[in-house]
Design a protein around this ligand. Structure first.
Ligand code: M6R
Length: 610
């Protein structure tokens, strides 16, 4: 959460870069924004509550902020309301040091008490202002030394951008448990929370490692670790196109990313499939290792957790080992039973989710081997895992994930098939059939997307509904969880995903003639059971939108008010298709309701605080 940027150059171009960079990072938080630049030996700050546009408008009318050095921030509030005073950057008491921060300073209250005794006053409610005043209190003329001392005293997670009036040609950056990259330019260098912020300027990127400090001038970059040793800078070249992080002609990133799914699924699956053999990059699970596994634990947050919920069903069916799925925020604090014979799979789009990263570290501490399924190359989760498999979804900008979910799911299918083949728990016939069907996924998803306008029509009918249930059984139920989350996060309609067979144990009392029930029925063996559950809610007044496979058309009669058909595929793989109309439905409902689809209220794309 929160996006930070920084610039050091020679041509007084700090402000345009900071604004342009922040625009690309607004997905990380957008309740306030601000910049600080060094101008005529003085730090000048412009910061305001509200979207970036507010400070852009102010800066458009100011012509005195030309500068070679500056930092900027777009905020997702953790400590203190979204307000002008709580917006970053924060300035130190002496006016010499300004700071932008992403993360949480866990011991800020104690530090605040100590600093207050030394005469420091605090204007904001933020933890970040403490960093500015702490640096001020430690500063004796050597900024690098001061930052090192401060890192010994700060607890929690912090990516920082720092400027100081005594260093008009230097930008300082710090990374601990929150992402930070350096963009290497010519006669100018940059820092940012994420690559898209610098991509219009440079493709040469260095990802700061844990506990590193960077000292940047326009011509030079030095990296140190917190203990003071000089570290090597590893530069990589970004090979994806800047267009991948642009909206192009779409109204929103979300719909662009939904439409990209056939391509990114293909990019994720096809390099790993050769005829009927699966090659999972450098992953090598021996038969002995797999045989000794007592269980597989999938740990993740949000939609990535929902991928795990789907995977549990098919993994247990194919691998015949227990598969647990757990929210990372729970796993990390509950003494999980995990040891060297447990394979822990962490799923994360960003690779920076604080709870997932902490769960990974906990699992490793307990002796488990950790495999991560990650989208962002070189992210913290990818770096710290024993094995990594990347989803090749490209940059995902919309807060609501779509293409990352789909690629994660496709990789989980490959992992399950790979393991079941090594273990011999799958017949040749079933294995081959599933591989053939996996190869068909991109084409079948294209077919669903071509009919998006009919889902839009259905959305138009129901967008004013305020109470929605998603029901299904087994794999369908797991997909319903994702459908419900998608709808909630972007349309603000309260919805709930329920196991269809469980409704009658209490929740059915909520069903009335104002309720829309979205029923998912793709599993052949369970179709009639789900239809019975649909009848139960229909007879209590609910309106029914049924999502099912084309082959069921003649079995439906008048049970549903509306039906969305998806192509037939092996039952196990149907979640990959079923989620698509759910994504489209959420998107169009939110659009009809006039919601801010790519930046829903209270949310941020990358949740780097716990
Ligand atoms: O980056 P991650 O996949 O670790 O993020 C996990 C969740 O925060 C994320 O899936 C979130 O639930 C999405 N906004 C859902 O659309």
């Amino acid at each position: 959460m929160c996006g930070i940027v920084g610039y050091i150059g020679e041509n007084k171009k700090a402000v345009p870069f900071l604004l342009q960079g922040l625009e690309k990072l607004e997905y990380r938080g957008y309740d306030s924004s601000g910049i600080a630049v060094l101008n005529q030996n003085e730090i000048k700050i412009v910061k305001k509550q509200g979207r970036l546009k507010v400070i852009k408008d102010i800066l458009g009318s100011k012509d005195d902020l030309h500068s070679n050095l500056g930092i900027g921030h777009t905020r997702w509030a953790t400590h203190g309301d979204p307000s002008d005073v709580n917006a970053h950057p924060h300035l130190s008491k002496s006016g010499k040091i300004a700071v932008v921060h992403n993360g949480i300073i866990e011991n800020y209250i104690n530090l605040k008490k100590t600093l207050s005794k030394k005469g420091y006053e605090f204007k904001s409610d933020t933890d970040t202002e403490v960093v500015a005043q702490l640096l001020d209190s430690l500063y004796e003329g050597n900024m690098l030394g001061t930052i090192k001392k401060a890192t010994d005293l700060l607890e929690g997670s912090f990516a920082l951008g720092i400027i100081c009036t005594d260093y008009p040609d230097t930008l300082f950056a710090v990374k601990k448990d929150s992402p930070l990259i350096i963009g290497v330019g010519e006669d100018e260098n940059f820092i940012a929370s994420d690559i898209p912020a610098v991509l219009s300027k440079t493709r040469k990127i260095c990802r700061l490692k844990e506990k590193q400090i960077a000292v940047l001038t326009s011509k030079n970059i030095d990296i140190f670790d917190f203990s003071g040793g000089k570290a090597k800078m590893e530069i990589s070249e970004i090979n994806w196109n800047v267009d991948a992080a642009e909206k192009n002609n779409y109204d929103h990133f979300m719909i662009k990313e939904i439409m990209e799914q056939p391509k990114v699924l293909n990019d994720t699956i096809s390099p790993r499939l050769k005829d009927y053999s699966i090659k999972l990059d450098n992953l090598n699970f021996t038969e002995e290792y797999l045989k000794n596994l007592n269980k597989i634990s999938i740990v993740a947050c949000g939609s990535a957790y929902h991928v795990g919920c789907v995977a549990k069903y098919f993994m247990e069916e194919l691998i015949r080992k227990p598969v647990e799925v757990e929210l990372a925020s729970e796993f990390r604090y509950r003494s999980p039973i995990v040891d060297k014979n447990t394979l822990v799979i962490i799923i994360s789009q960003s690779g920076e989710t604080a709870d997932s990263l902490a769960a990974l570290r906990e699992a490793k501490k307990l002796g488990a081997r950790v495999l991560s399924v990650v989208n962002v190359v070189g992210s913290s989760i990818a770096n710290e895992s024993d094995d990594v498999l990347y989803t090749w979804a490209g940059p995902e900008i919309a807060v609501a994930t779509t293409k990352a979910y789909s690629t994660q799911l496709s990789l989980m299918y490959l992992i399950a098939l790979y393991i079941s083949k090594v273990l011999g728990t799958i017949t040749d016939e079933k294995y081959k059939n599933l591989i053939e069907n996996i190869k068909l996924l991109p084409e079948k998803i294209t077919g669903i997307l071509k009919k998006a306008s009919s889902t839009e029509e259905i959305a138009k009918k129901y967008y004013q509904t305020e109470k929605i249930f998603f029901i299904g059984r087994t794999l369908d139920y797991a997909v319903c969880m994702e459908g419900s989350l998608k709808l909630k996060e972007i349309s603000y309609i309260h919805s709930e995903a329920y196991a269809a067979g469980e409704l009658k144990h209490g929740t059915i009392s909520l069903i009335d003639n104002k309720t829309l029930v979205i029923a998912l029925a793709t599993q052949d063996k369970l179709f009639d059971k789900t239809i019975s559950n649909i009848r139960e809610v229909k007879s209590r007044g609910a309106t029914i939108l049924l999502i099912t496979t084309e082959d069921k058309a003649d079995k439906i009669s008048d049970i549903a008010d509306d039906v969305i058909y998806i192509p037939k595929i092996s039952n196990i793989l149907s979640p990959s298709l079923a989620v698509i109309p759910m994504q489209l439905l959420s998107y169009y409902i939110a659009k009809f309701r006039g919601c801010d689809i790519d930046k829903p209220r209270n949310l941020a794309k990358s949740v780097t605080v716990e």
